[in-house]
Design a protein around this ligand. Structure first.
Ligand code: DSN
Length: 427
């Protein structure tokens, strides 16, 4: 019966909520929204349409939607010190597609990072880039530093003269060497684009790097990874011509969206306002926590990449668990212990199904108030499962105990409210 089916779905969602309340989530691409931002998702904005730009819509009923969107654009420009912002893309990949539609034609060459080195799937041959028909050429990568080989990249850029030099990773441990490449960008005359999805919250808080001050013209992003907003997207611009800005706006609508998920756009606006106030403290702590997690795991005998470079400058670390059964098995054992992470390819891997790594992110537990000392406790729980092969069920009880102490959300206007559960619209 349909009612039973609906009940089934609701019960499963409730069970998921309860489970995550008892978990330590460490997936580097997820986060928790603030109560105020989450409230926007159940507002009437969720039921409405808006196409086009504020003041130039194709639907009536957008009086307040326009005001919210203009405020969100203003906040995005302020937080990222950007000349231009478009808050309508409904995801990071949709933002990437809009940039492609705006600036790349089939047959154009774009230089990108390679999938095996941690690039996002949308930049691959079989992803949005390939499907747009662009010719992607990968930068040489220095596995020791988990970063681009600067000399090789300069050589490549001069050789292939790309229309666009694109950057950004999903295992984003260190900032790309943009300053070192600046002269070459100028010589080649390419547009510089960075997909900042993983590090957007760090950039907002003045950590990791400052792409728009380092020669990047276009930032595309999702808004729910280190940036603790809704599942949504955004495009920022710097030093673009009016014509280029219009191209982006046209690519977003009607290129790759019609209406743009107004409730998520409002939640993005709230998160921008919160990051304007709390972003600096949150981003600094997320980076300190990731480094502390890396250090603690390393000391416990669990290999973490780049020990000589302090493991990471972002929220993420890459862990080599090849000697403990590989990423697939270790991620499953950790899930059995209520520690949620994902298996990940390391540069030497050829299989994405059975890779040797794990990717761990500190950002969500940072939002819940964990500091460096708790990262040591988390590292110890991970090592008990992965290295010592303790029964995950036993470790799970200790995970639950630790998580109980971190049940409220921080770095937002309603700090201290429960992180899980309902957020109703009330006066
Ligand atoms: N696939 C996501 C990640 O986890 O990195 C990014 O879209």
């Amino acid at each position: 019966m349909a009612a039973e089916d609906a009940k089934f779905i609701r019960d499963k969602v409730m069970a998921h909520n309860k489970w995550f309340e008892e978990c330590i989530p460490m997936i580097a691409s997820e986060n928790l929204m603030s109560p105020l931002a989450k409230e926007m998702l159940i507002s009437d904005f969720a039921d409405r349409y808006a196409e086009g730009l504020p003041g130039k819509r194709y639907y009536q009923g957008n009086i307040y939607v326009d005001q919210v969107e203009l405020k969100a654009i203003e906040l995005a420009k302020k937080v990222f010190k950007a000349d231009f912002a478009d808050v309508r893309p409904i995801s990071g990949t949709v933002a990437n597609m809009a940039v492609l539609f705006a600036f790349a034609n089939p047959g154009d060459t774009i230089t990108t990072c390679a999938l095996a080195q941690g690039a996002h799937i949308s930049t691959c041959e079989f992803g949005a880039f390939g499907q747009r028909g662009v010719n992607s050429v990968n930068y040489p990568f220095n596995v020791e530093d988990m970063n681009l080989d600067v000399d090789g990249t300069i050589k490549l850029l001069k050789q292939v003269k790309p229309k666009i030099a694109q950057f950004g990773l999903s295992v984003f441990l260190f900032p790309p060497p943009l300053k070192e490449l600046q002269d070459t960008f100028n010589e080649v005359g390419c547009l510089v684009w960075e997909d900042c999805a993983h590090v957007l919250g760090l950039v907002a808080g003045g950590q990791f790097h400052d792409p728009l001050r380092e020669g990047v013209n276009i930032v595309s992003s999702s808004t729910h990874k280190t940036f603790p907003g809704p599942n949504h997207g955004m495009i920022l611009g710097q030093n673009l011509t009016d014509e280029q800005e219009k191209k982006v706006q046209k690519a977003v609508f009607p290129g790759v969206t019609s209406s743009h998920h107004l409730h998520a756009m409002a939640a993005l606006g709230i998160t921008l306002a919160e990051m304007d106030v709390f972003g600096k403290e949150y981003a600094a702590q997320a980076c300190k926590n990731a480094r502390a997690l890396g250090e603690a795991l390393y000391e416990l005998g669990v290999p973490v990449l780049c020990p000589d470079l302090g493991f990471t400058r972002s929220h993420a670390i890459a862990v080599d668990v090849s000697q403990f059964g590989g990423g697939k098995d270790c991620a499953q054992l950790l899930e059995d212990a209520n520690i949620i992470c994902n298996k990940n390819m390391l540069p030497s891997d050829t299989s994405s199904v059975r890779p040797s790594g794990l990717r761990l992110g500190s950002q969500e537990m940072t939002r819940l108030g964990m500091k460096e000392s708790e990262m040591k406790e988390v590292a110890s729980l991970i090592a008990r499962v992965v290295k010592k092969k303790e029964d995950p069920k036993k470790v799970k009880e200790d995970v639950k105990e630790l998580k109980k102490q971190f049940a409220t959300i921080q770095y937002c206007f309603n700090a201290g409210e429960p992180a899980y559960g309902y957020h109703r619209l009330v006066e």
